[in-house]
Write a protein that binds this ligand. Structure first.
Ligand SMILES: *Cc1c(COP(=O)(O)O)cnc(C)c1O
Length: 368
């Protein structure tokens, strides 16, 4: 039985009436940029996260970019980030005129190795950007302690962890700012691109709001250079329909993860992902490791032959990307190993019982 990696229609079909009503409300209002829908979504997102400030922006990428711009760093300042992540993390650091400094990973959580971060701090380091990969937070307490000791800002790339909690606190609300994405494959998937910055800092929130509209204050007077980082009123109205369902979506993913962890526990040849202590994982991805030369790629072929949706997040660490070839060479062995071992399997909320059984059967057949 073919099983998709993700099927957005199942989730959206269940909300068809409400989504259509929200669309018609915005259509009839004739008001499409900022305004009531955006403000209401920001209030609801801030309440969900338990933060004073939430600013809706045009994408997760732009959330990271505008948060970095708001820090007012100097060109050439260094920002430490993981090398095993989606490109936007480091792409935004470079686009903000800063230098990405890549750190290595922990093989058990796919998140930053804090000891390696500490080794990469220099006098030019101004910020750390942990990524909460696949739906659980990096180990924040030692990262914050390190940041405090060296006077560094902490910007969290929480694009994959909206709805997750870390020692009781919403993931992405622990540092100076957290950046979220509503790309359709994220746990709160929008209807196009969208993102959000959450911050406890009033000064940062004000600057981000200013930068979101070309740094204009008042209109047509620009003390700073910003961009058009606005999220559409239409997108906000549609996201307001989905936000109340996010806890249920995350719970359904958690149920699938528990099922996989139980069903795959005895199978040789796989390393199963797990939630780190203190983390409520929201399983944006369920990512297996398949150690052994060529074995991951062999499994990939097997899954393709059985019609089981899968993807490699991510095949090439960022320090090895051609666009960063001008940076000093670094050795990041854990990330290199992970890139050769990982494969993600279907874990979307609406995955059916017979489908997840089919995923397990295909993996069992391969392991046998
Ligand atoms: C999705 C993602 C982003 C970028 O979000 P977009 O909304 O696609 O721009 C950034 N970082 C990580 C880790 C992501 O997964």
């Amino acid at each position: 039985m073919p099983v998709p990696l993700l099927d957005l229609n199942r989730q959206n079909a269940a909300l068809h009436g409400e989504l259509t009503a929200a669309f018609e409300r915005v259509l009839r209002s004739g008001h499409f940029i900022l305004g009531g829908e955006v403000e209401a979504f920001e209030r609801e997102a801030a309440a969900f996260l338990g933060v004073p400030h939430a600013i809706a922006v045009s994408s997760g990428t732009d959330a990271i970019l505008v948060a970095l711009m708001a820090l007012d760093l100097q060109p050439g300042d260094e920002v430490i980030c993981p090398t095993f992540t989606f490109f936007a993390t480091a792409g935004c650091i470079a686009r903000a005129g800063l230098v990405p400094v890549f750190a290595d990973m922990r093989a058990d959580t796919f998140n930053l190795d804090v000891d390696d971060v500490a080794r990469r701090i220099t006098p030019r380091t101004k910020a750390i950007m942990p990524v909460h990969l696949f739906g659980q937070s990096a180990d924040m307490a030692p990262l914050l302690a390190l940041a405090q000791r060296h006077g560094l800002a902490v910007i969290e790339d929480a694009a994959q962890s909206l709805g997750s909690r870390h020692h009781g606190q919403a993931s992405g609300t622990i540092g100076d700012a957290g950046c979220y994405s509503f790309f359709p494959s994220k746990n709160l998937g929008g209807f196009g691109d969208g993102g959000l910055v959450a911050t406890p800092r009033t000064d940062l929130a004000e600057r981000i709001r200013l930068l979101r509209t070309h740094g204009a204050k008042p209109k047509y007077y620009h003390a700073r250079i910003g961009g058009n980082f606005r999220l559409d009123a239409l997108q906000c109205a549609l996201l307001r329909v989905k936000l109340p369902h996010l806890p249920a979506y995350c719970a359904a993913r958690r149920g699938h993860a528990e099922f996989y962890r139980a069903a795959l526990a005895g199978l040789p040849g796989f390393v199963l992902p797990a939630a780190a202590p203190g983390n409520e994982h929201i399983w944006n991805q369920f990512t297996l490791r398949v150690p052994g030369a060529g074995r991951r790629d062999a499994l990939k072929q097997h899954l393709a032959a059985h019609g089981i949706g899968h993807e490699i997040y991510y095949p090439l660490p960022l320090h090895r990307q051609a666009c960063f070839a001008h940076l000093p060479p670094v050795s990041l062995p854990v990330a290199e190993q992970l890139a050769g071992e990982v494969v993600s399997i279907p874990v979307f909320p609406e995955l059916r019982e017979d489908e997840r059984q089919a995923v397990v059967a295909a993996l069992a057949a391969w392991a046998a």
